[in-house]
Each structure stands twice: as C-alpha cells, then as structure tokens.
Ligand binder design. Sequence first.
Ligand SMILES: Cc1cc2nc3c(=O)[nH]c(=O)nc-3n(C[C@H](O)[C@H](O)[C@H](O)COP(=O)(O)OP(=O)(O)OC[C@H]3O[C@@H](n4cnc5c(N)ncnc54)[C@H](O)[C@@H]3O)c2cc1C
Length: 191
Amino acid sequence: MVPEHCSWRSDADVASMNPCWCVMVALQSRWNVPFDGAFVNDGGAISWISRNSSKPGRPDELDCWTILSDRDWAASNLAMAGENVAEYLVAEMAKVYPVSMPTALFRQSHRWLYASARYPMANETGCAWDETMQLGACGDWFGKDNVEGAMLSGLALAGRVLGSANERAYQNHLTHLQFSRESLSQLTLKF
Ligand SMILES: Cc1cc2nc3c(=O)[nH]c(=O)nc-3n(C[C@H](O)[C@H](O)[C@H](O)COP(=O)(O)OP(=O)(O)OC[C@H]3O[C@@H](n4cnc5c(N)ncnc54)[C@H](O)[C@@H]3O)c2cc1C
C-alpha cells in the first residue's frame, strides 16, 4: 500500500500486528473481587480483565466484564469457534481470583486480527513523514499500543504536516520577493 519510493516504506513493512480474542460477559450479580481491572500475568490465556459496568453512567443491574486474551494464546487459537473461545475465557476468568464468580447470563466474543503492534517502529519522531512525497503515517504502531500512543503519534504527524506547509509557504514568499525585486529593477532601468 505504501508507494515504492517512500522513505519510510521499509519501516512500515516490518511493523506487524498481534491478534487478540476479546470477550464480553454479563454476570447475574456483582463478582465481589477487590478490583475493577487486572493484568493477568500467569502465562495463561488471559492478559487483561476489566469491569465494564464500573465505567461512569453504565447500568449496574448486571456485572459486565471485558476479557482480553493473551496475544500468543490468540495467535495459537485463531481458528477456534467464537462460542468456544467465550466459554473458555470466561471459565479462565473465574480462576483469576479465589472468589466464586456468579453465573454468566450472556457472553460474546470478537476476534481482533490486528489488535496491537508486535514490533513498534524504530522511529523516535513518533510518526513517519516523507517530505518529498508529502506522505505520512501515524498510529499506535509507533510505540505505545493504546489510545494515548495513537493520539501522540497523530499530534506528531500533525506537527510535521504543519511544519512542512509553513516551510513551503515561506519558500513561496521568498520566490515572490525575488521576482518582485527583479521586476522593480527592470522598471527602474526603463526609466
Ligand atoms: C479489544 C481491544 C481493546 C482495547 N482497549 C483499550 C483500552 O481500554 N484503552 C486503550 O488506551 N487502548 C485500548 N486498545 C487499543 C486501542 O484501541 C488502539 O491503540 C487505538 O485504537 C489505535 O488507534 P489508531 O488510530 O492507531 O488505529 P485504529 O483505531 O485501528 O484506526 C485505524 C483506522 O484505519 C482504518 N483503516 C484501516 N485500513 C484502511 C484502509 N486501507 N483504508 C481506509 N481506512 C483504513 C480502520 O478501519 C480504522 O478505523 C484496545 C484494543 C483492542 C483491540
């Protein structure tokens, strides 16, 4: 997709993405664990769980949780049926903390094939910009693979675009000035 002669094409070529299975589960009543979100670092199928219903303004009749799978687990189980993934990950979530989990009334899975950057770009500017082609790229694959990373990268690219536009406006201005001086000297010679 990136044109052949673009200066950052080879960087983009090595930026590959990890998959992630994501499950939403609604529990019949509150799961009485002492947290609303937890990274799960036990080398198993889950990487992160969070209580969606703890967000402001969410209904609290049901206790809704989001489960994100571990990226390597997702890569090894890409072809698993969605219902089986949901069932498995909810059962795994119940083991995360030794407090009995209420019955799951609803669960649904979604497979994100391109969820997070595997090798963030080795680029300290936070974005990619080819001045000659006037072509840039930004996103969470420039470092931090979350909304903050994506936003910082977008701001960095906006800076490059504006900087380039200013530079070109300045150069146009100089050319115009040069032209005016030449016209003026020719006029002076005539008189
Ligand atoms: C399941 C899951 C949960 C997450 N939860 C959180 C969280 O709680 N907090 C957090 O900070 N981050 C979270 N993240 C990460 C966060 O979503 C990403 O880091 C962020 O969305 C990246 O933003 P982006 O603009 O780089 O890319 P994206 O949001 O992926 O935007 C890229 C856009 O480009 C479009 N696109 C792609 N190809 C083309 C094309 N050829 N032509 C036109 N358009 C195209 C896509 O449709 C998409 O709209 C989560 C990610 C996943 C997968």
